[in-house]
Design a protein around this ligand. Structure first.
Ligand code: PHE
Length: 466
């Protein structure tokens, strides 16, 4: 079995592939709408603080567990301590929950790509376009299947050949493009029918400057919990993916440096994506539009930005959605890879068989998610009080329930049972210096478990301590 494991060809390949997993729709689609919903600055500040403390701790832990055990999550935790193998099972359920809805959104991106390729950008910029699309029956399903086929093909060709080659070229282009669009969106101005003028620059200020003036404790907790849930999702932790990728790295790889680079890159892309979308949303629809946008935010607002660019908007829109497609594929590939590699390890199935089964599963559940906007439309109340459709329910169960459980148990396992030394030794095995060692120990033993516990309690709505 050991022989069959693919390996990354080197440090750069690993970083790019892991960053490819981390950077995806989470950064470009999910982060901006949460930041907008939570009013900008405070969310951004909380997110950055969490990323360099909490995110760093979890990412370093998972990658180390992977490389140390050389196993996928299903068996890796058991190898660390034989009584804690159960974490692996829950960790494997998370990508199984995420994959169907992630691919549905991947399909939405493809639809926009096709729209821009066919010179229909102005149509996409109307308020009716997005709702019309997601409530139609056939189209979202067709695009979901196309997206899934793309994902499955990469996973089928194997990690070393598929993912690495993909990421190396596309990640840098994505970054340049996002920077370009975000600078442009600062200069947008929009005049309402009643004469109100709003500029992207004002929106940028709201996004970047924390405003604590009307902050209540309860509101702060909400923001904290949103930021925490987003962090898991964004750096792809608490679902075994980074364990899987860690298991493919060689002993010579400098894990410490890799963890830092992955995190910095992921956070920068998220921040820039916010900078690209939020000023535009503010200019076109004010604070109310920011708060109400929800998962549709990016799909409603970006086409308006491209539209305001005139003809250039066609080209930029096309290139943008093309690259977001790739970013989404590199992430969905990692989600699928986590499931496939677990099935291969557990049942000794071939890669082909595992791919086919996971593909079929994702099609079926993805279709159900798509139908959540028409045939199965209902308004479900989450324990947190928010109304949800099927997609939001999947998102809630994975991000607010299962991931915190996995992360909490991982912290307890490493912090108290196996001891932080397990991870620290792995991280410093080539003599690397660990500058944040004390921070790591305090985080993994005390702060992270406490935060996760609060997150869970809040998410379950069992009782509301605030
Ligand atoms: N981290 C990815 C993103 O930001 C999403 C993802 C979630 C990837 C879960 C793998 C697993 O889009």
């Amino acid at each position: 079995m050991e022989k069959k494991r693919s390996n990354f060809t080197g440090q750069l390949g690993f970083i790019l592939a892991a960053a490819g997993s981390a950077v995806g729709l989470g950064n470009i689609w999910r982060f901006p709408y949460l930041a907008a919903k939570d009013g900008g600055g405070v969310f951004l500040l909380v997110y950055i603080i969490l990323a360099v403390t909490f995110g760093f701790t979890l990412l370093a832990t998972e990658i180390s567990i992977g490389r140390k055990t050389k196993q996928s999550p299903l068996t890796a935790y058991k190898k660390i301590n034989k009584h804690w193998g159960g974490i692996g099972i829950i960790a494997c359920i998370v990508p199984v929950m995420i994959m169907p809805y992630y691919c549905v959104i991947g399909g939405w991106i493809l639809k926009y790509l096709q729209t821009y390729i066919c010179f229909q950008g102005p149509q996409a910029a109307t308020d009716e376009f997005f709702p019309g699309f997601i409530t139609s029956y056939a189209e979202p399903i067709i695009w979901l299947v196309v997206f899934l086929v793309m994902t499955a093909l990469v996973v089928f060709t194997g990690v070393d050949k598929g993912i690495e080659r993909f990421s190396k070229i596309l990640m840098p282009i994505l970054l340049v493009l996002i920077i370009g669009i975000s600078v442009y969106s600062l200069f947008i101005t929009h005049t309402e029918e009643d004469g109100t003028v709003r500029s992207g620059l004002e929106g940028f200020r709201i996004y970047i400057i924390p405003d604590f003036s009307s902050m209540t404790f309860q509101r702060f907790m909400e923001i904290l919990m949103d930021a925490l849930g987003q962090l898991f999702f964004s750096i792809s932790v608490a679902m075994g993916i980074m364990i899987t990728y860690g298991s493919y790295t060689t002993k010579e790889t400098n894990l410490m440096k890799s963890v830092n680079q992955i995190e910095i890159f992921d956070t920068i892309v998220a921040m820039l994506a916010g900078m690209m979308i939020i000023p535009a949303v503010y200019a076109f629809s004010g604070r109310e539009g920011m708060a109400k946008g929800g998962p549709a935010l990016m799909f409603n607002s970006l086409p308006k930005v491209f539209d305001s660019m005139g003809v250039t908007g066609y080209i930029i829109g096309t290139v943008f959605f093309l690259i977001v497609t790739f970013a989404a594929v590199t992430s969905s590939v990692s989600i699928m890879e986590a499931i496939v590699s677990s099935l291969m390890d557990k049942f000794k199935w071939s890669r082909k068989k595992s791919c086919i089964i996971v593909f079929a599963y994702a099609v079926i559940l993805g279709v159900i998610v798509c139908l959540g906007y028409n045939l199965f439309y209902f308004e479900f109340k989450l324990p947190t009080g928010e109304t949800a459709q099927i997609l939001d329910i999947f998102d809630y169960v994975s991000n607010k329930l299962l991931m915190p459980v996995v992360a909490l148990l991982t912290c307890l396992l490493i912090g108290w049972v196996a001891k932080p030394k397990t991870v620290i030794d792995e991280l410093t095995m080539n003599g690397e210096r660990f500058y944040r060692k004390w921070l790591y120990i305090i985080m993994i033993k005390f702060i992270a478990p406490a935060l996760l516990f609060v997150l869970l309690v809040q998410a379950l709505g069992v009782f509301n301590p605030f």
